[in-house]
Design a protein around this ligand. Structure first.
Ligand SMILES: Nc1ncnc2c1ncn2[C@@H]1O[C@H](COP(=O)(O)OP(=O)(O)OP(=O)(O)O)[C@@H](O)[C@H]1O
Length: 255
């Protein structure tokens, strides 16, 4: 699958082409009087069309790594080249925000939905921030929600949705803007097997069909079946990095 793709806001790219390259990432946190080094010189890269899983024990630095790669948390040392940004952390804070808005989709554990908004309004709001007009935003929000199987739920608020449905709204919101980079941090951990499977399949689809580079932090070894690459991190260092072929028929997560 090598057809060049054109995605809104970015020049054509090809499956397998580099989407993001980080070199020598170091992050320290101050705890009391001492500093703990959570990332110890991490080199990382991700390609268009790949689902890259980041796995490792609790506290190993996975979320910190994703935050540093995605412009959410400035590393103390190192460089992140992402899409056309040669050095993300050299950009002004406003430009980093704009980069995230234009190119990144985030799917985190807590859903981060606005309690007062319906599913459709959640997705529309994200698109409006990007400058999409209300009519177009409405159409794209409806389509995104239908694509995650929430067509009948578009007018429901978070309190009226199950955990799995909320996570699907968060995915629709992240995918509606056609992001080139998708960062997911434990996207299935709060979900039952069936909902988790829908979520990981949608991420797989975004990589395969749209050429998004999906970077997914997980504890769940069953998600490996959907990955093109599995990176193990321990104590702030990458231990191994294995390329694989995603399973054609992964075992259902509900089993
Ligand atoms: N803002 C912070 N201030 C101080 N320490 C922090 C901060 N954020 C993270 N840490 C510490 O950094 C280490 C790595 O945290 P991180 O969240 O990256 O790990 P993780 O691998 O994602 O863990 P988990 O799988 O439990 O989510 C942990 O020891 C954590 O306590």
């Amino acid at each position: 699958m090598n057809a060049p793709l054109t995605i809104k806001g970015v020049s054509a790219f090809t499956h397998g082409e580099s989407a993001l390259t980080a070199k020598g990432l170091v992050k320290r946190f101050k705890t009391g009087r001492t500093f703990i080094e959570v990332l110890k010189g991490v080199d990382f890269d991700a390609r268009h069309g790949d689902v890259t899983m980041v796995m490792g024990p609790s506290g190993s630095g996975k979320s910190t790594l994703v935050a540093a790669l995605s412009g959410l948390l400035k590393p103390d040392e190192g460089k992140v080249q992402a899409l056309e940004a040669a050095d993300l952390w050299k950009l002004s804070p406003g430009k980093i925000d704009k980069f995230r808005l234009d190119h990144c989709g985030f799917i985190f554990q807590g859903f981060n939905l606005f309690p007062a908004l319906t599913a459709k309004q959640q997705v529309m709001t994200a698109l409006k921030y990007q400058g999409v007009g209300p009519g177009e935003a409405g159409r794209r929000a409806q389509a995104a929600l239908e694509s995650v199987g929430l067509g009948p739920r578009v007018n429901q608020r978070p309190s009226e949705l199950s955990g799995g449905e909320k996570q699907r709204v968060a995915i629709a919101r992240a995918l509606a803007k056609n992001p080139n980079l998708i960062f997911a941090d434990e996207p299935t951990s709060a979900l039952d097997g069936k909902s988790g499977e829908i979520v990981i399949r949608l991420l797989r689809q975004a990589a395969t069909e749209r050429g998004a580079a999906v970077i997914c932090v997980t504890h769940d070894p069953r998600l490996e079946a959907y990955a093109d690459r599995v990176i193990h991190i321990e104590d702030g260092r990458i231990l191994d990095d294995v390329r694989r072929t995603p399973d054609a028929n992964p075992t259902p997560l509900s089993h």
